[in-house]
Design a protein around this ligand. Structure first.
Ligand code: 6PG
Length: 270
């Protein structure tokens, strides 16, 4: 497999927020803005949800009266950035977290919620089916018919302690994928991540998005964040560095603790 073509690196926007709550609020604000922009064009808003724990509060906020009146859940296609090979009601299912925090509270129509089927025995087949689903959702030609990767309106991502994002782990073949849109992959051995197989969108899809928003919180992420944003470019070791939407906007929403080791990144407060 050839190494992934280096996308044009856009200058990221890095916003430093006071704490986890203001990071979540800023994320909800980005969501609402983009959802409304899609609605103004009479299009459905296509968003890829992140897993992990950080986005949970952002999802909860979107369902609160403050935000819920500002976007229309029936005009959204909810897809997933990655999923663990577990049942949809398992404690570590990304779908379960999103359903409880956001999808059920806003009554997202079941026909608009497109989960990755991590419970299937054949994860490679589940990945191929998810590619076909993405093409249908985005109204484009499937990959099998030569279609380009789908262009999502918003991709939400987190930063793992080892620099991974979605389920693109350091030195994994999935990171070098240039053709497939969705792959099955193995995380590294514990303790960095539970050793459960994963499904993940690949860089060709992440880098086609109109906007990518990373949400990062806490001092434990500070050093890794500084490496990703300021260190030498090495996406094999730091997969998050591989995210560089070719024609999109790249936004990092980070709290003060996570931003504490940034030395020369241009940071906007608030
Ligand atoms: C997951 C995501 C993963 C996550 C980061 C950050 O399903 O866990 O794939 O990329 O976003 O590991 O996780 P936290 O938000 O829990 O720190």
């Amino acid at each position: 497999m050839k190494p992934a073509a280096r996308a044009q690196t856009p200058k990221p926007t890095v916003r430093r927020l006071d704490d986890a709550e203001t990071v979540a609020r800023a994320g909800a604000g980005e969501w609402v803005r983009l959802a409304r922009a899609a609605a103004a064009k009479k299009r459905r808003f296509r968003v890829a949800l992140a897993g992990g724990s950080t986005p949970q509060r952002l999802y909860e906020l979107l369902a609160t009266p403050l935000f819920a009146g500002m976007w229309d859940p029936t005009a959204v296609d909810f897809v997933f950035g990655d999923e663990r090979a577990v049942a949809p009601d398992a404690p570590d299912s990304n779908y379960r977290m999103a359903r409880e925090a956001l999808l059920d509270p806003v009554k997202a129509p079941v026909t608009r919620v497109h989960r990755m089927e991590g419970e299937r025995a054949d994860l490679e087949a589940a990945a191929a089916d998810y590619e076909a689903l993405l093409a249908r959702v985005c109204g484009t030609r499937p990959r099998s018919a030569g279609g380009p990767p789908p262009a999502l309106d918003l991709v939400l991502l987190g930063l793992g302690p080892d620099g991974h994002t979605a389920s693109l782990f350091p030195h994994a073949a999935s990171l070098r994928e240039t053709a497939r849109w969705v792959v099955a992959t193995d995380p590294p051995a514990p303790p960095l991540a539970p050793r459960v197989r994963r499904l993940t969108l690949t860089l060709p899809v992440l880098n086609r998005a109109a906007q990518v928003v990373f949400v990062v919180e806490g001092e434990a992420k500070a050093e890794r964040l500084a490496e990703v944003l300021e260190g030498p470019r090495d996406p094999e070791r730091l997969p998050a560095q591989g995210v560089a939407p070719a024609q999109g906007r790249l936004v990092w929403l980070v709290d003060r603790a996570a931003a504490s080791k940034l030395a020369h990144t241009e940071v906007a407060d608030g």
